[in-house]
Ligand binder design. Structure first.
Ligand SMILES: Cc1cc2nc3c(=O)[nH]c(=O)nc-3n(C[C@H](O)[C@H](O)[C@H](O)COP(=O)(O)O)c2cc1C
Length: 435
């Protein structure tokens, strides 16, 4: 466990204690700056081993390789802008940065910093680089920061960090052997060769779900409209599409529903994409000229991909059919005061689409959904279960969505490993490698 120099270092003691309580063997590494915020003695007393701070002059001849090689997981909480930067740049300048470069274990970063720092393009680039290399992030969330400011940059709560650690330690292969299809991005419906009808979807939530599924061992095919702007998560295959009709064809081909397509072996379909409900009836073959006047656009309805798939697997009735993939749909709603609640809108969609899970968000709220790095959702299933995820990173929402889908896969006997990933009951002490 790496601890770096931010105010949130005081929470590292709680995270360490919870990890130890759950059975982990925790070896803390504190940076020089971290020791200004948290007493070494506190962390040493709570951890399984004394705190290490130095690359030079330690009891072990090569401390960073010892720590890096025997780790099953490296958690950095809090992670400063500096540690993200040196790790992304491959610089080893202290015990923690050297350990990060010397490990092949999964790495979980828990950033904490002021909003201005978190949103700085240099920091954002470092996070993107590390994410592309397979480093996992939990948080930061939006909330009260040191000094009384309010905004993005607050470290994820200890509970969320320990759950993420448990997932990486104990469940990294729980979806192994399963196949998932995820759709992401907003469709673009051409008006003419240069203009289109579109929406504000960035695709980030779908990409986070694809990354989470791949991290848990699933074979993931990502059908995306934003392949040119977002880099595919590690281990995920992409299929690039643009329009709703192309997305429908790609989904049906993956699921074995298309004309002449092979029977699909997909276990899970997550329809995160914002599919346009309408498209121009007759897109022009050439660019429309201003001189021709303002065109009257006639729109026609696009197919409802999730409803088509739901109907194909005949799960319209109560209880649904246990055959075919687990179907997860997303619903972007704008909840009106006095109107139906988000959870009721979600339940309505569950029935209308024949889905197994609906993940709904209220996109009229600040920082929620389209175009934001954060989201807040309710997840409903056909058995009447409801999970609420308050405003969190899209990665945290992805973990909750995959948890819910995994529970349904387990109920259908599709999981080869342990179906029950409840925490901390299921959190076995990590096996130490001989070194
Ligand atoms: C009072 C104070 C609070 C700080 N809080 C943070 C923080 O929350 N996040 C951050 O990235 N840097 C923060 N810094 C800056 C880091 O401490 C500084 O960049 C330091 O070099 C980080 O070193 P380390 O990554 O080796 O721990 C803070 C500095 C001070 C003086």
């Amino acid at each position: 466990m790496g601890v770096t120099g931010g105010i949130a270092a005081y929470k590292a003691a709680e995270i360490c204690r919870r990890l130890v309580d759950a059975g982990a063997i925790v070896s803390p590494v504190m940076t020089t700056a971290a020791r200004r915020f948290l007493g070494e003695a506190t962390l040493s007393a709570l951890a399984s081993e004394p705190v290490r701070t130095k690359l030079w002059g330690s009891a072990e001849p090569i401390p960073h390789t010892l720590l890096g090689q025997r780790a099953d997981l490296v958690v950095v909480a809090p992670a400063t802008a500096r540690i993200l930067g040196v790790y992304a740049a491959g610089i080893s300048s202290d015990l923690l940065s050297a350990t990060l470069l010397a490990t092949r274990a999964p790495v979980l970063m828990c950033p904490a910093m002021h909003t201005e720092m978190w949103e700085n393009p240099a920091v954002a680039d470092n996070v993107a680089t590390l994410t592309r290399r397979g480093v996992r992030f939990v948080g930061p969330g939006v909330g009260r920061l040191a000094g009384g400011d309010l905004g993005a940059g607050r470290m994820a709560e200890p509970d969320e960090i320990v759950r993420a650690a448990a997932r990486l330690l104990g469940a990294s292969s729980c979806l192994e052997g399963l196949s998932a299809v995820v759709t992401a991005g907003g469709t673009r419906e051409p008006i003419d060769p240069v203009r289109y009808v579109g929406n504000r979807s960035s695709g980030r939530q779908g990409y986070a779900i694809a990354a989470e599924l791949a991290a848990r061992g699933a074979a993931v095919r990502l059908i995306t409209t934003v392949a040119s702007t977002l880099e595919a998560p590690r281990g995920v295959d992409t299929v690039e599409v643009e329009t709703a009709l192309e997305m429908l064809a790609a989904v049906e081909a993956e699921l074995g529903l298309g004309v002449g397509s092979a029977p699909g072996g997909t276990d899970l379909l997550v329809m995160t994409a914002a599919v346009a409900d309408f498209r121009p009836a007759r897109p022009a073959g050439e660019k429309m000229k201003k001189a021709q006047g303002i065109p009257a656009l006639e729109l026609v309805a696009n197919p409802d991909i999730l409803a088509r798939v739901g109907a194909a697997f005949k799960r319209g009735g109560p209880g649904g059919s246990p055959t075919g993939p687990v179907l997860v749909g997303f619903a972007a709603e704008t909840v009106r005061p006095g109107g139906p609640a988000l959870v009721d809108l979600a339940r309505g969609k569950l029935e209308a689409k024949g889905a197994d899970l609906i993940v709904a968000n209220d996109v009229s709220l600040p920082s929620v959904g389209f175009g934001h790095a954060t989201n807040a959702v309710v997840i409903v299933d056909r058995a009447g279960r409801v999970a609420e995820v308050p405003l969190s990173s899209k990665e945290a929402v992805a973990a909750a969505v995959v948890d819910a889908a995994q529970a349904l896969l387990a109920e259908r006997g599709r999981l080869c490993g342990r179906p029950d990933r409840d925490f901390p009951r299921d959190f076995a002490p990590p096996r130490k490698k001989d070194n």
